[in-house]
Design a protein around this ligand. Structure first.
Ligand code: ADP
Ligand code: MG
Length: 235
């Protein structure tokens, strides 16, 4: 099965980190060994979603050639680890995204699933993970601007030799959105799932706890568990 997934979007703030954390946690709860990786090197924030305070070693050090991936890997709970990035701009300047390939391959050999939380936009560090992953999960809200930017991510995935698994629409509303199926049809990608707007998503970030743990019976948590099954087949 596919092991390494890039969670990507054109526009920022659409739910990539939320999706990375909750897909990963849902699969870990189902017994799979999971690594979630913050490859949003410039705007890293995955650690805060899971109350992780890394000691000095992060993915930045790995990509600067100063540490091994194991040193930047932190256990979060049973079956799940995170690789955070640093938030220091000077360290960011030292990193070379090229090392990401080796880091990802090392994780691939140790885990059942690896989720790369990719930065928005079209910079080199954003494009690289699209080609390294076995499959790209596109994240967008139903807003036209976000959907429009998703086309760029699809194009960049194609150019990088990557492959798109499909689209996740986040922050959806029962009425009032453009038809979700129409959005996916227009982008010519499968619709993997929809995650409803849920205030628990924001509250879970403040709590530093994944949504699927923070409010497991809430609508977004239920939708993320369903998405995990759709993407991987794991129940
Ligand atoms: P990205 O990583 O793409 O920048 P985030 O995962 O950080 O996006 O989410 C951006 C904001 O949207 C956060 O404040 C998050 O709590 C909120 N959010 C994400 N998903 C939902 C949802 N289903 N319902 C409500 N708010 C959400
Ligand atoms: Mg993010």
């Amino acid at each position: 099965h596919e092991t390494v997934y890039a969670i990507a979007s054109g526009k920022g703030g659409v739910g990539k980190t939320t999706t990375t954390v909750n897909l990963g946690t849902a699969l870990a709860e189902a017994g799979e060994r999971v690594a979630i990786v913050d490859t949003d090197l410039g705007m890293a924030n995955l650690a805060g979603f899971v109350s992780l305070t890394p000691d000095s070693t992060t993915l930045h050090d790995v990509l600067a050639g100063d540490a091994s991936i194991d040193d930047a890997t932190y256990r979060l709970a049973d079956n799940i680890v995170a690789v955070p990035s640093g938030t220091n701009l000077d360290e960011y300047a030292e990193t070379s995204p090229e090392g990401l390939r080796d880091a990802v391959e090392a994780l691939r050999s140790q885990f059942d699933y690896v989720f790369l939380d990719v930065g928005a936009g079209i910079s080199h560090e954003t494009v690289l993970p699209l080609g390294l992953a076995d499959a790209v999960i596109l994240v967008s809200t139903p807003e036209p601007a976000a959907v429009h930017d998703t086309k760029k991510t699809i194009e960049l995935t194609d150019r990088s030799g990557g492959s798109v698994a499909g689209l996740v629409l986040t922050r959806t509303h029962p009425d009032g959105d453009i038809s979700h199926d129409d959005i996916a049809d227009r982008l010519e990608v499968p619709l993997l799932g929809t995650i409803p707007e849920d205030p628990a998503a924001r509250d879970s970030v403040y709590a530093g706890t994944p949504l699927v743990v923070f409010e497991p019976e809430g609508p977004a948590a239920i939708a993320y568990r369903r998405l995990a099954t759709t993407v991987t087949g794991v129940e």
